[in-house]
Design a protein around this ligand. Structure first.
Ligand SMILES: [Zn+2]
Ligand SMILES: [Zn+2]
Length: 277
């Protein structure tokens, strides 16, 4: 698999001279195997995808973790949505009150957006993730609800004997100090277990986390602890806080890796980076 990070920023997009290194677009990750691709989340990063490389005949599958604005903001401006020959399948979390389609329609309709969902020209299908694996081309995609406000999925993508786990918004220790001692109680444990690559929320430094306990995001320390516990081979720290400059992110990364011996590799998510899995 090839994993391209089109958007790495959490909460809202930013563009200043101080955040060019890690990028300002909100979450979107494109996963490629051969000429097959799937897209994880539709933040403003989705607007950086070269859809010209997709054929009209290719189905585009977009897997949404949840419907917070930073994960769907790019959807409305995604060109293939306006191509009547294009088949697009949007997957996402179910909710006990309203369908995924109804909830998405709140954003994709006036007054927030001029065109209601029913008038989007592409061949659009909206599917709630079932409680079992979904197969798209060479990909096998599993999901589970994980700790974050509102129904939120984590994803495990398997292809070619490799595993990518995507958890951009996740606070695994919500409501307690530290991870549960029993694996089955750790949020998303089965999704992340022994993954080749884990892309995980790391919005705060340790001090900020104390102020924002229960907001649904992790500190860098927590993401590292979670990666250690689940036995992943590589961790990418993702969903950077929009208030953190490149210099601050560099410093946060230095602080997390110094004086620590880890048996997996760890790096900061950089917009535009491509990672081979
Ligand atoms: Zn987010
Ligand atoms: Zn969120």
């Amino acid at each position: 698999m090839k994993v391209k990070l089109h958007g790495t920023r959490g909460s809202y997009p930013v563009s200043t001279a101080q955040n060019q290194k890690y990028g300002g677009n909100t979450p979107c990750v494109e996963v490629t195997e051969g000429r097959q691709r799937i897209i994880m989340d539709a933040g403003t990063g989705i607007l950086g995808i070269d859809f010209g490389a997709y054929q009209d005949s290719d189905r585009i599958d977009i897997f949404l973790t949840h419907l917070h604005m930073d994960h769907i903001q790019g959807l409305a401006f995604c060109k293939p949505l306006f191509n009547p020959n294009q088949k697009i399948v949007i997957w996402g979390p179910a909710d006990s009150e309203e369908s995924l389609k109804t909830r998405l329609n709140r954003f994709l309709s006036p007054p927030l957006f001029p065109i209601p969902l029913r008038d989007i020209p592409s061949q659009l299908e909206i599917c709630e993730m079932p409680n079992q694996a979904v197969e798209v081309g060479p990909f096998r995609i599993l999901s589970e609800y994980i700790s974050h406000p509102g129904p939120t999925l984590g994803y495990r993508v398997e292809s070619g004997g490799k595993v990518l786990t995507y958890m951009p918004d996740h606070e695994p220790t919500i409501g307690r100090q530290g991870l549960y001692p029993e694996d089955e109680w750790v949020s998303g444990f089965d999704l992340a277990a022994n993954a080749d690559l884990l892309i995980h929320d790391s919005q705060y430094d340790a001090g900020e986390y104390q102020q924002k306990f229960g907001w649904g995001h992790s500190s860098l320390d927590m993401a590292v602890e979670y990666a250690e516990r689940t036995g992943v081979k590589k961790l990418v720290l993702f969903h950077h806080d929009p208030n953190h400059s490149d210099a601050q992110l560099d410093e946060m990364f230095r602080a997390i890796v110094q004086n620590r011996s880890l048996d997996f590799s760890v790096e900061m998510a950089v917009q535009g980076a491509e990672i081979a899995v």
